[in-house]
Each structure stands twice: as structure tokens, then as C-alpha cells.
Design a protein around this ligand. Structure first.
Ligand code: FAD
Length: 533
């Protein structure tokens, strides 16, 4: 076999791609090539849990996409859409919160006609994926590759948040992924011994020495090669030079919710009218590619604090934490051994609902614009971010041009559905109620957002839009299903083509009610079984 001939080619070494690379090479029978546009991510900064903010400024590890602008959103500025770039993908730069969502999310996928995708079908894969430090049980895995640990070294103000939620009448839970999903509590994290445990750490690096796995970094796929309607390989670029690799069995696209539909479109697979618009020859008219874009849109209550025990980037705040890098470097201890988001919850904005409709991320600092508003972060304060868990608004990703280097055009269609607006406003009222509880009496300063003048639904909504953000969970742009807008079937094969699958967050038909890293890895675990089976 030539050095560019493989059984499987995986495009993208992110959360899904790393799982696939490991599982497809485990029995030694298949030669696999993993192409990754970004770097290897073996550097120290990737392993530091507390380095989250760094990645929001890093073109090396982050694709740094922006949304299309809307006049009423962030005062006409784009919303930042970070996406991981490099081995590990999103899991190399994410906040490491370990969440699965609610069982109803997956049962809904199955009810849409996707056989084998209900919660009971997927639970064995969640367990196979997970090594929870609390041990395995009915809900959890105790020996999988992905290490899941309890929150360590948290800011004390988080305890006040949990107490405040209890005072406001909301339940507590100590396991969002166990028997009681609903409630507030400390999150669990994909952190092992004070170091990030991303998909590359859990699945890829341990398999890198296998002779049947070839990993090529800095290799950006520009086109899927076809023989008729059969995918036969990938054309990719390294430092401006074009190369090709070929697949005997399958090409698997795992480039994430923006870059997977982009690669399909660049290869002539997508809506004909759009491909004509950007001058790409149509190989296969598949109108759903890039549509059904769903994200967790969020906004926040920002509250100044009269105490200074949270985190700030003020000179005094930074001085206070000056020893943390040393504590971390020498002992993997201190504030840097944890994610900055430590507590939160899944709550119902109305008792009439069957399941939580908002997720809270409590942050011990004034956090907006993905941590890029340093002026805001230099004040003492805390934030309660609220996201709409199952948005009914959906957007679309399209190409700007036929140039593979051009960033995708991301139209998130924020809050176009009235139910999403209502849920967000009600969620902000709920967060305000928690932050107004006695537990915060010694802390509470001025409310910076929505601010005391925002009391009616319309006023709150307007302020939410000014501070609109994302939880970085884009999905759905190559959705699984059998309707005319579906891109892949329930075996994740692209409709109407051969030898081509999409395996990543883009195949979710609907956004799950929680953070999307573990669910994406589970999609890949199941896909690996289907491919090998
Ligand atoms: C900042 C941030 C914070 C987050 N926080 C959390 C969290 O705390 N908990 C949680 O559960 N989820 C979180 N998420 C979401 C989660 O990380 C993602 O849902 C998940 O990583 C998506 O996995 P994926 O395999 O679909 O795509 P990705 O992990 O994004 O992988 C796609 C990979 O493909 C590569 N690629 C793209 N195009 C090409 C190309 N043309 N050629 C070659 N390679 C290519 C990319 O560089 C990338 O490595 C966060 C995400 C971000 C960005």
C-alpha cells in the first residue's frame, strides 16, 4: 500500500476525530490517516485548566470565527464564535464541563426516526467513554478513557451561589449526569491530576504510536475527492502546498459544526443555488448542508461585588494571584488547576415545564464577550450566565467564496423564535432572583446588566441582546435524519453519496440541553462501532 493510501481518512482531529482515530486503529486491521488543520496541542498551555481565557485571543488554537452582525445584537457588533483548532479541537480549548444533557434530548432524536439514538441506546457509550473518579455505576463509567473529576480549588463565592439558589427555592443536585439532572451544584470536569483531559489526551496521544495510524497536523483539507458519487480521498494543503490522500473504505468528515459543512460545500455537496452563487460545481444537490445551525445563545446578569474574593484582571487582583502559576507549575495546584466556571445548574423557568429549559453558568468575575472585555473584568464582580437549552431559532452557515481559506459566514438568527426570547427573559429573571437572595447580601453591588432600569420583558430583552453571547455549542449543520433537509442517515452516511460519513457535533438533529463535548465523543464512539461492525 502506498504511503498515501489508507483504509479510512478522518478529516479533523477534534472531539470526534480523536475518538475515531483511536477506535478504528485499535484492532490493528485498518490503516487510518487523521488530517488536522491545526497544531498538535501538546504544549503546556493546553494542559492548564485555568488557561481558558488565553485561547480566546489565540489564532493558533482557535479559528476565531465571528457571526454575521444584526443591528440589535451587541450594538451591531458580531458575536464571537470560537472553535478549537488543533488536536483535541474544541476539547483542547473548552471549559471542560462534563455534561450529557437530558435523556429526553436523545429520545427526541430517536422519535425523529433515528434508530439506535435514544438515551438507553447511548448510555452504554457514555459509560464506555467515561472514567468518573467517583467510580462506575448505573449511570457512570469507571474505566473509560475520558477522566471526569470533581471541582477542586473553587472560589468560595460559588458556595454563596448554591446557598442563594436554595434560598430562592431551587433544588440542588450533586450529579447533573445521574438520577437527578435538575438543580444547581458544582460541575464535574474533564480534568485529570490538575491537567486538561481533552479528546487528544484521552484517546489520541495514547494511540499515536500505533503503526496503522498516521496523524498529519497543519494539514487543512480543501476538497473531498470523488470518483462519480463515491468519495475516494482528500485534497489538503500544508504550508500552501497541495497534497492528496486516498481511502479504500471511507472518508470521515469530523471538522466540527462550521468546518464540516464548509468542506462538503467546497467539494460540491450542498444546496445548488448557494454553490452556484459562489461558483462551485455541484456534485450533489443536498439542501440541508449548513442549515439547521443551532447554538446555546446566552446572556447574563452582571453584578458588581463589594468583596474582592473573586477573580479580576485589575493590578491588585493579578498581584493577589501572582503565585498561582508557580503553585501550578510545581504542584499542579492552585486556581489554575480548575476551570473558571465552577458552579451552575439546570432549572425550569416555569413549573409547567417537564424538564429544565435554562442552564446557568456562575462565574466569579464580570465575564462578557468571551472574556475579551478586560475593562469589565478589572472590576470586582460576579456573573450568572443563562442560556436557552433547546432553542427553536435556527441559523445557517454558508460560504463567503470558493476559497478554502475564507472563514464561513455564520448567521445564527439569534432569538428569532418568540419562545426563545421568552425563555431567555424568564431565565434572566430567575438568575436575578437567585442573586437577590440573602446569601449574597455581603457581596451585592450595583447590577451592571440588565441593570436596574430594565424591568419589563422588553427592557430585559433589549439588554440581553446587548450582552448576547454563546456557550460555544454549534450543532446541526449536517443533521442526521431522513427528511429532505437531512444530510446524513442514522448510520451517519451522507445521503446520496458513497464512502462518506460525517461524524461530529454537526450531525445532531437538535441541540441537546447541555454542554456538547461528551455527547460529541459519544457520537464518535457509536460511529466507530457502526463503521467497524
Ligand atoms: C471555547 C469553548 C468552550 C467550550 N466549553 C465546553 C465545555 O465546558 N463543556 C463541553 O461539554 N463542551 C464545551 N464546548 C463544546 C465542545 O468542545 C464541542 O462541542 C466539541 O469539541 C465539538 O467537537 P467536534 O468534534 O464536533 O468538533 P471540534 O472539536 O471543533 O473538531 C474539529 C476539528 O477539525 C479541525 N478542522 C476543521 N476544518 C478542518 C479542515 N478543513 N482540515 C483539517 N482539519 C480541520 C479543527 O481544527 C478541529 O480540530 C466548548 C467549545 C468551545 C469552542
Amino acid at each position: 500500500m502506498s504511503e498515501n493510501q489508507f483504509d479510512y481518512i478522518i478529516v479533523g482531529g477534534g472531539s470526534a476525530g480523536c475518538v475515531l482515530a483511536n477506535r478504528l486503529t485499535a484492532n490493528g486491521n485498518h490503516r487510518v490517516c487523521l488530517l488536522e488543520a491545526g497544531p498538535s496541542c501538546k504544549s503546556l498551555v493546553v494542559s492548564i485548566p485555568g488557561a481558558f481565557a488565553y485561547f480566546m485571543f489565540s489564532k493558533k488554537y482557535n479559528w476565531m470565527f465571528d457571526s454575521e452582525t444584526k443591528d440589535d445584537i451587541r450594538k451591531g457588533q458580531p458575536v464571537f464564535c470560537p472553535q478549537g483548532r488543533g488536536l483535541g479541537g474544541g476539547s483542547a480549548i473548552n471549559a471542560m464541563i462534563y455534561i450529557r444533557g437530558h435523556r429526553c434530548d436523545y429520545d427526541h432524536w430517536a422519535a425523529l426516526g433515528n434508530s439506535g439514538w435514544g438515551f438507553d441506546d447511548l448510555l452504554p457509550y457514555f459509560k464506555k467513554n467515561e472514567c468518573n473518579e467517583r467510580g462506575g455505576d448505573e449511570f457512570h463509567g469507571g474505566s473509560g478513557p475520558l477522566y471526569v473529576s470533581d471541582c477542586r480549588n473553587y472560589y468560595a463565592i460559588n458556595d454563596h451561589f448554591l446557598k442563594a439558589a436554595e434560598q430562592a427555592g431551587y433544588p440542588a443536585t450533586n450529579d447533573f449526569n445521574g438520577p437527578q439532572h435538575e438543580g444547581v451544584g458544582y460541575y464535574q470536569f474533564t480534568i485529570r491530576d490538575g491537567k486538561r483531559c481533552g479528546a487528544s489526551h484521552a484517546y489520541l496521544y495514547p494511540a499515536m504510536d500505533r503503526k496503522n495510524l498516521e496523524v498529519r497536523c497543519g494539514a487543512q483539507a480543501t476538497r473531498i475527492l470523488f470518483d462519480g458519487k463515491r468519495a475516494t480521498g482528500i485534497e489538503y494543503r500544508v504550508k500552501g502546498k497541495t497534497h492528496s490522500v486516498y481511502a479504500n473504505s471511507e472518508v470521515i468528515v469530523s471538522s466540527g459544526a462550521y468546518n464540516s459543512p464548509k468542506l462538503l460545500m467546497l467539494s460540491g455537496v450542498g444546496e445548488k443555488a448557494h454553490l452556484d452563487e459562489v461558483g462551485i460545481d455541484v456534485l450533489h444537490d443536498l439542501p440541508g448542508v449548513g442549515r439547521n445551525l443551532q447554538e446555546h445563545v446566552d446572556s447574563c446578569v452582571l453584578q458588581e461585588s463589594r468583596k474582592s474574593d473573586g477573580f479580576t484582571v485589575s493590578p491588585i487582583g493579578l498581584l493577589k494571584n501572582a503565585l498561582d502559576p508557580f503553585r501550578y507549575l510545581f504542584r499542579k495546584k492552585g486556581k489554575l488547576e480548575s476551570s473558571i466556571t465552577q458552579a451552575g445548574g439546570f432549572l425550569r423557568t416555569s413549573q409547567d415545564l417537564d424538564v429544565p429549559d435554562v442552564q446557568l453558568h456562575f462565574i466569579p468575575l464580570l465575564y462578557d464577550d468571551s472574556g475579551r472585555d478586560l475593562k469589565l473584568m478589572s472590576k470586582n464582580g460576579y456573573s450568572c450566565h443563562v442560556c436557552v437549552l433547546r432553542p427553536k431559532s435556527s441559523g445557517r452557515m454558508t460560504l463567503r467564496s470558493a476559497d478554502p481559506k475564507a472563514a464561513p459566514r455564520i448567521d445564527l438568527n439569534f432569538l428569532t423564535h418568540a419562545d426563545d426570547r421568552k425563555t431567555l427573559v424568564n431565565g434572566i429573571r430567575l438568575a436575578r432572583k437567585i442573586l437577590a437572595s440573602p446569601s449574597f447580601d455581603d457581596y451585592r453591588g450595583a447590577e451592571l446588566n440588565p441593570g436596574p432600569d430594565a424591568q419589563s420583558d422588553e427592557e430585559i430583552l433589549a439588554k440581553c441582546k446587548e450582552r448576547l453571547g454563546l456557550v460555544y455549542h454549534p450543532v446541526g449543520t449536517c443533521k442526521m435524519g431522513s427528511d429532505e433537509m437531512a444530510v446524513v442517515d442514522d448510520r451517519l452516511k451522507v445521503h446520496g453519496l458513497e464512502g462518506l460519513r460525517v461524524v461530529d457535533a454537526s450531525i445532531m438533529p437538535t441541540l441537546i440541553g447541555g454542554n456538547t463535548n461528551a455527547p460529541t465523543m459519544v457520537i464518535a464512539e457509536k460511529a466507530a462501532d457502526m463503521i467497524l461492525g
